[in-house]
Design a protein around this ligand. Structure first.
Ligand code: GLY
Length: 361
């Protein structure tokens, strides 16, 4: 039987019995945790310091974790200076910004997602509307845009001058066998030369930005939810969908076990169902950090394509995992050293180092 809004609200109310309902989700009645309920914690990717701060504020006011984490990432989606998410995200190979996002609500085990969505700067909010106002989980492309329009989301051009310049630079330096040329500056340096270092990654290859923001939270009632939102791989083939809107790949929550999500090379998570694997590792008793490391190790064992490894066999890509368990313990890991993630565990928002598989360099 389809889950209607009415039954969804009944489920939510059952989860938060006696609590007021806001935006279809239960608000915690009191901030004092009951015995056995961990204190609220929010984790996010390195670009999520403002997100964890906002999410914790809302959780302290009694919000459900899903309301809180979405409000947190909305800040980054709206920020033109973050070129990996929402407004100002780097575009596809044709210069058009296409966004992916998903949300997952632990208490009801429901999810919503959008992929290859154009012209709407808060895809995470559209994903949440898919969860609440449809019997589907994932809407893509034009259908997702028409759904967002139907719900009153404002359409706007998401390509900022900074993102357009980065796209032009990529296009003009891609090949010497086409007709796109970088402009020359008076001192004979072309813009390509100036921007080139910014566009190269740690491996010296052209930087294919896979920024993204993930945010997982546990609220005052001990309920967990998560969100992942992104503009995806920079300069991708139009229509490319990464891991972020795919439940189990870019994010996953089991309210009794934990919540996890990822940033970095989406294709790796799509073939490994990585976020679900992180949660399953926590279910087997691994700490959040060890669960992330175990999944990275498993990914490496499954990465057989030669072009994805350097001459020493090390990966030529990066992927990060963030995890939070039902006891409020958290951790994160990535392939190479030097990474960090954002945490607010009730004291302050701060960066914490990510564990890693290989020392960089
Ligand atoms: N992890 C983001 C993406 O690959 O699209």
């Amino acid at each position: 039987m389809p889950l209607t809004r009415r039954t969804f609200l009944q489920n939510a109310a059952a989860v938060g019995a006696g609590a007021a309902i806001t935006h279809g989700l239960p608000r915690a009645a009191a901030m004092t945790p009951s015995p056995g309920i961990p204190k609220p914690v929010v984790v996010s990717s390195a670009n999520g310091l403002r997100a964890v701060t906002r999410a914790m504020e809302l959780i302290r006011e009694g919000s459900d974790a899903l309301d809180a984490v979405i409000a947190g990432v909305n800040i980054v989606e709206n920020d033109p200076d973050d070129t990996s998410v929402g407004y100002g995200g780097l575009p596809n190979e044709e210069g058009v910004v296409e966004l992916d996002a998903a949300v997952m609500h632990g208490p009801t085990h429901r999810a919503g997602a959008v992929a290859a969505l154009r012209n709407i700067k808060n895809p995470s909010s559209v994903a949440r509307t898919v969860m609440e106002r449809t019997d589907h989980v994932l809407l893509v492309g034009d259908g997702a845009l028409r759904f967002a329009r139907a719900h009153g989301f404002k359409e706007e051009d998401l390509l900022t001058a900074k993102a357009r310049q980065a796209w032009l630079n990529w296009k003009e330096n891609l090949s010497n066998r086409d007709d796109w040329l970088p402009p020359h500056t008076p001192d004979d340096k072309d813009i390509g030369e100036i921007l080139d270092p910014l566009l190269r990654d740690a491996f010296g290859a052209f930087f294919r930005h896979t920024g993204t923001i993930h945010c997982s939270g546990i609220d005052a009632k001990g309920n967990m939810s998560c969100v992942t939102t992104t503009s995806g791989l920079a300069f991708k083939i139009p229509g490319r969908v990464g891991d972020s809107p795919i439940i189990g790949a870019g994010l996953y929550v089991d309210n009794a076990v934990g919540s996890a999500g990822s940033t970095g090379r989406g294709e790796i998570n799509l073939v490994n169902c990585s976020s679900r694997m992180v949660v399953e590792a926590m279910q087997r008793g691994k700490s959040p950090e060890q669960a992330c490391l175990d999944v990275l190790q498993s990914i490496m064992e499954h990465t057989r394509m030669r072009r994805l490894r350097d001459d020493t066999g090390r990966p030529r890509f990066e992927v990060e995992f963030y995890a939070l368990n039902a006891r409020g313990e958290y951790g994160g890991a990535r392939i190479y050293s030097g990474g960090k993630f954002s945490v607010h565990d009730g004291t302050e928002a701060r960066h914490v180092p990510l564990a890693y598989l290989y020392k960089k360099g």
